[in-house]
Design a protein around this ligand. Structure first.
Ligand SMILES: *Cc1c(COP(=O)(O)O)cnc(C)c1O
Length: 536
C-alpha cells in the first residue's frame, strides 16, 4: 500500500494547493477568458439515433431521457476540447467539469452549470480530488468510487438531479418528474441517493431480486425518502431494462401520466445527462497523468473500462473524439461476453445464456449505449441504425458491415472468466497490497491479456468503478479462498483490517438501517406497480 499511498498523497497535496490558488473568484475570471474563444456560443443540438427529425436542446434531451421513437439522443457533432492540457493540468475536478460540460450543455448559463457542478461534487465525496488516480504495480487506477454510494455511478448521478431540475425550470415543465430506472445494482442506489427528497421528483427503481450483491441490495432497500420506491423483480437486469424502456415508449401510459401531472425521465446512461459528466474524468485523468510527469503532453494514454451498458467506455470514446490523446479503448467484459464477440466478429447476438457473476453490474446482454456507437460508425445514419435496432428487437441480433467494423480499430474487446477475475484480485493484492473490486479486476485481467497479446507499452488508466467494500464476499473469497458463509459485515471489518482502508461511510450507514422497501414483483407487473405508487 505504501507506494500507492505515496503516489496518491502527491496528488492530494497538489489538489489542496490548487484549491488555494484557484479561489472561486479567480475561477470565474479564468472562464471569462476561455469564454472568448471560438465555439463557445455555439448551440449544441441533440438528435435521436433513430430519427434525425427528432431534435432537442441539451436541457430538453436531459428531461426526456429517451427520444420519442425509442432512440437515444446524441450530439449532432462532438465538440473539440478548447482548453490546452497545460491549463487543464492545473484545474480542480470541478473546473475541469465546467470546461468539458459547457461544450455540451450549451443552453445552460455559466452560472447554472457552475451551480450544478458545485452542488454535485462537494462533501458527498470523501476526497477533494473527487476521482483520485492511484498507481499500483504498472497500472494507474482512476478511482471513481469516492461518492455517496461508492460506485462510479455517483460521478454522473450526483449531478443529474441538479441538471434535471435546472432543465425543468428552463423548459417550464408543467409536470412532476418521475425517474424510472432499471439497475444492475449500482445505478439504483446512486440515483436514489441523488433524487431522494428532491422536490418535484419521484424515483422508482427496479432491480433483479437475485442478481445484485447483498450489500448492493441492502443499500437500496434501506433508502429513505417519501419520493422513493424500490422494487425487486423476478427476472434479470435485461428484463428490468426492457420493461422500463417499454413504459417509456408507451404513449397511452404517457397520456395517463400527463393527466395526473407526471412525466417520466431516466437516470440510466441512456440519458445524455449521465453520459456528459462521465467524459469529464477521462480529461481529468489525462491532465493529471501529464501533471505527474507520467505522460508527456500529447503522448497517448490507453484506457481499460469494465463494461456493461457501454456508457462508461462510450464516454471515453467521446473524449478521444474531442481530441484527448487516448490510444486504445480496452473494453472489458465478464462472462456475459456479448461485446467481446461483437468486436471479434461484427455480430451482436444476445441469444445466449445470461450468467450471474461476481461483477453483477456488468451482467448485461443488451448494452444500450452501444447504439450510440453503431449510429456513429454507420456514418450518423439514423435509418441504418434504426434497422439494426429492429433486428435486435425482432431476432436478438444484428451484424454490421465490414466498413463499419473497420471503424472500430481503436477498440480492443476481451473478457475475464470468474477464475481470472478472482486471480486478478489476488495478484494485485499480493504485489501491491491494493484491493480491487471484481468489476475493476475484470478490467485489470483484460488489460493484462491485451498487453500480453500486443506488446503495447502505452500507459494505461484502468477505470476503477467500485469500492471493494461493495462486494466484500467475492473480494474476500478471492483473497483468502474462503468466504465460508460468514456474515457480510464481518467480512467488511476483515477487509478493512486487511487493506488498512477505513470502512466507507456508505457501508457504515447500512449496517443497522431498517429495511424500508420490501416490494417484489413479476416482470409483467412492473407497470401496475408504477401506477399504484403514483396513484393513477
Ligand atoms: C455500471 C457499472 C459498470 C458498467 O458500466 P457501464 O457504463 O454500464 O458499461 C461497471 N462497474 C460497476 C461497478 C458499475 O456499477
Amino acid at each position: 500500500m505504501r507506494g500507492v499511498l505515496k503516489f496518491q498523497g502527491a496528488f492530494y497535496n497538489y489538489s489542496v494547493l490548487q484549491m488555494k490558488i484557484y479561489s472561486r473568484r479567480q475561477w470565474g475570471k479564468c472562464h471569462a477568458w476561455t469564454g472568448m474563444k471560438e465555439g463557445w456560443n455555439k448551440t449544441m443540438l441533440y438528435v435521436s439515433t433513430r430519427n434525425h427529425k427528432e431534435q432537442a436542446t441539451a436541457s430538453q434531451a436531459i428531461l426526456k431521457g429517451l427520444a420519442d421513437d425509442g432512440g437515444l439522443f446524441v450530439p449532432e457533432e462532438l465538440p473539440a476540447l478548447d482548453v490546452p492540457v497545460e491549463q487543464l493540468a492545473g484545474m480542480s475536478y470541478q473546473e475541469t467539469a465546467y470546461e468539458v460540460m459547457k461544450l455540451f450543455l450549451t443552453d445552460f448559463t455559466e452560472e447554472e452549470l457552475k451551480q450544478c457542478i458545485r452542488q454535485a461534487y462537494d462533501r458527498k465525496f470523501d476526497t477533494e480530488e473527487i476521482a483520485p488516480l492511484v498507481k499500483a504495480g504498472d497500472h494507474f487506477y482512476l478511482e471513481l468510487f469516492h461518492g455517496a454510494t461508492i460506485a462510479f455511478k455517483d460521478m454522473a448521478l450526483s449531478i443529474l438531479p441538479h441538471l434535471m431540475i435546472t432543465a425543468a425550470k428552463k423548459n417550464h415543465a408543467e409536470h412532476e418528474i418521475v425517474i424510472l430506472t432499471a439497475t444492475s445494482g449500482d445505478t439504483g442506489k446512486a440515483a436514489l441517493a441523488g433524487f431522494a427528497g428532491v422536490e418535484g421528483t419521484k424515483i422508482i427503481v427496479f432491480y433483479p431480486k437475485d442478481g445484485v450483491s447483498p450489500i448492493q441490495q441492502k443499500q437500496m432497500v434501506t433508502q429513505k425518502g417519501d419520493n422513493t420506491l424500490v422494487v425487486g423483480i423476478h427476472g434479470n437486469f435485461d428484463q428490468a431494462q426492457t420493461g422500463v424502456k417499454q413504459m417509456f415508449s408507451d404513449k397511452g401510459l404517457a397520456a395517463e401520466l400527463a393527466a395526473a401531472g407526471y412525466q417520466f425521465s431516466s437516470a440510466n446512461s441512456i440519458n445524455i445527462g449521465r453520459l456528459v459528466p462521465q467524459i469529464v474524468y477521462y480529461v481529468y485523468a489525462y491532465a493529471k497523468m501529464v501533471k505527474a510527469g507520467e505522460l508527456k503532453n500529447g503522448e497517448l494514454m490507453n484506457v481499460a473500462v469494465p463494461t456493461g451498458n457501454f456508457g462508461n467506455i462510450l464516454a471515453a470514446f467521446y473524449a478521444k473524439n474531442m481530441g484527448l490523446p487516448i490510444g486504445k479503448l480496452i473494453c472489458a467484459s465478464n462472462e456475459n461476453k456479448v461485446l467481446y464477440d461483437f468486436f471479434a466478429t461484427g455480430i451482436y447476438d444476445r441469444n445466449r445464456e445470461f450468467v450471474l457473476t461476481s461483477s453483477p453490474s456488468m451482467d448485461i446482454l443488451i448494452s444500450s449505449n452501444l447504439e450510440r456507437l453503431i449510429y456513429r460508425i454507420a456514418g450518423n445514419d439514423d435509418q441504418k441504425n434504426q434497422s439494426l435496432m429492429e433486428d435486435l428487437k425482432e431476432n436478438g441480433k444484428y451484424g454490421i458491415t465490414p466498413e463499419m467494423k473497420g471503424q472500430l480499430a481503436s477498440f480492443y474487446g476481451n473478457y475475464a472468466s470468474e477464475e481470472e477475475t478472482a486471480s486478478a484480485i489476488r495478484e494485485v493484492y499480493k504485489e501491491s497490497n491494493y484491493i480491487l473490486d471484481p468489476h475493476t479486476a475484470v478490467a485489470a485481467a483484460v488489460c493484462k491479456k491485451y498487453q500480453e497479446e500486443t506488446g503495447d507499452t502505452v500507459k494505461t488508466v484502468i477505470a476503477s468503478t467500485a469500492s471493494p467494500f461493495k462486494f466484500t464476499k467475492s473480494v474476500m473469497s478471492a483473497i483468502d479462498g474462503n468466504d465460508s458463509g460468514r456474515p457480510d459485515f464481518e467480512l467488511v471489518d476483515e477487509l478493512s483490517a486487511l487493506s488498512g482502508v477505513q470502512v466507507p461511510q456508505a457501508i457504515e450507514e447500512i449496517r443497522t438501517a431498517p429495511v424500508r422497501h420490501k416490494k417484489v414483483c413479476e416482470i409483467g407487473e412492473m407497470q401496475s406497480v408504477v401506477k399504484e405508487f403514483l396513484q393513477i
